[in-house]
Design a protein around this ligand. Structure first.
Ligand code: NAD
Ligand code: LMR
Length: 339
């Protein structure tokens, strides 16, 4: 499949700009649609000079009430990525962003329901554990929800997990050697890296208990490292743009016929997705959770829940903490969207 239209909502932001740049380089994309509430004309003009074959078009509302620009940006979109919303400052949790970002995400989801209900939707805006349920419930209320097409972006946790273990074995490994499954959610202890499964296992087992704990803690709280280093000016943007692009690229590849594409994503367990029932039972009956999924032409084809049967006792403990916290985050998102 080629000639695709991809929209970025929040395109002028810290993530939106480098993410849009990466998307401009993808030859499967024909039209790149850039929506934000400020500065999109500048970002659009800049990107449009790049001599790749896609067009880059900017959309900026003229007032708070103006929904025409969002509608124009979204019409005909095959894939929509949402990094719109405020980022953290030092001392804040992702949940502290809920009050502002929940409303932003809900209104953008309404725009998607009205203008491109069939699009694949990737949610970056935090708190992901709650914003993804908000989008799901909003699309359900509009009668256009398709669980196969909704993705909470947790890819940055995998990117970090790969990098951080390779840093412990500089002589024997490279970051690109790894593809760690990181499951659960996207905040603190809801992030569960599964180092004991797959290629990382032999490296992980060489670590002391203290090193293992430190490594897991670093993945769970990796976002804080960037928030602190940026010292009040925002959170991860460049690594996030890379991670968000990676998931988008995998989806576009799968849609275009590539087989065996597997990525971790925070998804809604719906009967339309193979393995959902089994997965849900293994994660305390939660409706949303990040697990590896097989991607295909229609999006999420199958949840690879079997990995949950391979985890060690330490990871089981991490999982039960994650489940408890996640259930509150999910409930908060669902409740908000019903208001
Ligand atoms: P930013 O402030 O640099 O950019 C956000 C952009 O959203 C701004 O340009 C702003 O104008 C725009 N925006 C606000 N309201 C909007 C609306 N109604 N419609 C369209 N655009 C709107 O922030 P950032 O650093 O790009 O981060 C964006 C979000 O991504 C934050 O919530 C952050 O916590 C989250 N984030 C998530 C992950 C992840 O792993 N999922 C990683 C990093 C950051
Ligand atoms: C991250 O993991 O870097 C993002 O979720 C941003 C944050 O607030 O830490």
């Amino acid at each position: 499949m080629s000639g695709l239209k991809v929209s970025v909502l929040g395109a002028a932001g810290g993530i939106g700009q480098p993410l849009s740049l990466l998307l401009k380089l993808n030859d499967k994309i024909d039209q790149l649609s850039l929506f934000d509430v400020f500065n999109t004309p500048g970002v659009g003009a800049d990107l449009s000079h790049i001599n790749t074959d896609s067009s880059a078009k900017a959309f900026l509302p003229t007032s708070k009430e103006d929904t025409t620009q969002l509608a124009e940006a979204l019409k005909g979109s095959n894939l929509v990525i949402i990094p719109a919303g405020v980022p953290r400052k030092p001392g804040m949790t992702r949940d502290d962003l809920f009050n502002i970002n929940a409303g932003i995400v809900k209104s953008l989801a309404e725009g998607i329901a009205e203008n491109c209900p069939e699009a694949f939707v990737l949610i970056i805006s935090n708190p992901v554990n709650s914003t993804v349920p908000i989008v799901a419930e909003t699309l359900k209320a509009k009668g256009v929800f398709n669980a196969k097409r909704l993705f909470g972006v947790t890819t940055l946790d995998i990117v970090r997990a790969n990098t951080f273990i390779s840093q412990l074995f500089p002589e024997e490994s490279k970051a690109s050697d790894f593809n760690i499954n990181v499951i659960g959610g996207h905040s603190g202890e809801t992030i569960v890296p599964l180092y004991s499964v797959g290629k990382s296992k032999s490296f992980y087992e060489k670590l002391s208990e203290q090193q293992k704990n430190d490594l897991i803690h670093r993945v769970q709280f990796g976002g804080d490292e960037v928030v602190q280093a940026k010292n009040g000016t925002g959170s991860a943007t460049l690594s996030m743009a890379y991670a968000g692009y990676k998931l988008a690229e995998s989806i576009l590849n799968a849609v275009s016929g590539k087989s065996d594409v597997v990525e971790c994503t925070f998804l809604n367990f719906d009967d339309s997705i193979k393995g959902s029932k089994e997965a849900k039972k293994l994660v305390g009956d939660l409706d949303f959770f990040s697990l590896p999924v097989l991607l295909g032409k229609n999006g999420i084809e199958e949840v690879k829940y079997e990995i949950l049967n391979e985890i060690n006792d330490d990871e089981k403990k991490l999982l039960s903490v994650a489940i408890e916290q996640l259930s509150k985050n999910i409930e908060k998102g669902v409740e908000f969207s019903k208001k």
